[in-house]
Design a protein around this ligand. Sequence first.
Ligand code: NAP
Ligand code: GLV
Length: 309
Amino acid sequence: MAILFLSDAAAATAWADALANELPDEVIRVNTGPGDDGDVEFAVVWQPAKGRLARIPNLRAIFSLGAGVDHIFADSELPAHVPVFRLIDPVLTAQMAEYVVMNVLWHHRGMDQYAAHQAGRRWRQADLPRTARRRVGIMGLGVLGSAAAEALARFGFPLAGWTRTARDWPLGEAFHGRGGLRPFLAISDILVCLLPLTPETEGILDAGAFAALPSGAALINAARGGHVVEADLIDALDSGALGAATLDVFATEPLAQDHPFWAHPRVRVTPHVAAITYGDTTAREIALNIGRFRAGAPMSGLVDRARRY
Ligand code: NAP
Ligand code: GLV
């Protein structure tokens, strides 16, 4: 039986080689066309082409090359009976915590203004609110949001979290559901988005959400571009309602050359690198999961089809 690797990423062949290292007895094919698929049991994918997975007759499981699975559910012909597994990789998780900490500290310490002052050779010392008074709100307390929260808690930021379901949360104030969104936003001086992109969360960062934040709040979106209504974000930044934004993900990637985010003085752009897929660690996690599947053991990262995450 075989594993089919489907990805247009430049590193796809290297990733497949890493998987071959972990699973030396498996046949692994990379981006082969439909027709060669009779022996394919498992697909390991990033942004598979529409209908491609449906053409694999004996497919038993789909493994995402990333933590997110929106790129798989974007396929309207996704076979309904095949389980989907997201990636849980401790290395990727730690990277996301780094990215969030780095950007929370950037906004907390007012670094945008110092970068501008340096460009103008100006020596100006601004007020610095105490860490214990800078409230950080995290949308999504899953694998990545929880890791980011734990890292931020070590600095002493007061934390709030927003999730779909209710929970007791020792690290801060917990809010959930649509009813909890406005009160959560109202106490988020720095808002971090680490939600999965689903029909419920698409466009959630819109004019209403920005208006609900404390005046001059900062946004860090390291989840998906589809969470943000880009025109509303630019309006909120231009009006000063929102003080700054760090954006790692965009509705269309790569970000178009003429996109206003590139040159906006209150926007920091990174090119979807908050947490990247490393071939070796990803291959290890997927190989372990394939081993569990074969052994009938409990799996890591099974996606709930109804929730889409
Ligand atoms: P996860 O473990 O599936 O956690 C998702 C969290 O979001 C959960 O806490 C969940 O609430 C909450 N949530 C889902 N739908 C919600 C809704 N409608 N309302 C309120 N809360 C909701 O996801 P993860 O592993 O932390 O990853 C999050 C996302 O990060 C991924 O889906 C991916 O898109 C993105 N990502 C980006 C990068 C990058 O480089 N920029 C890298 C990796 C991942 P419950 O706890 O109540 O279920
Ligand atoms: C990256 O965006 C991922 O989903 O892992």
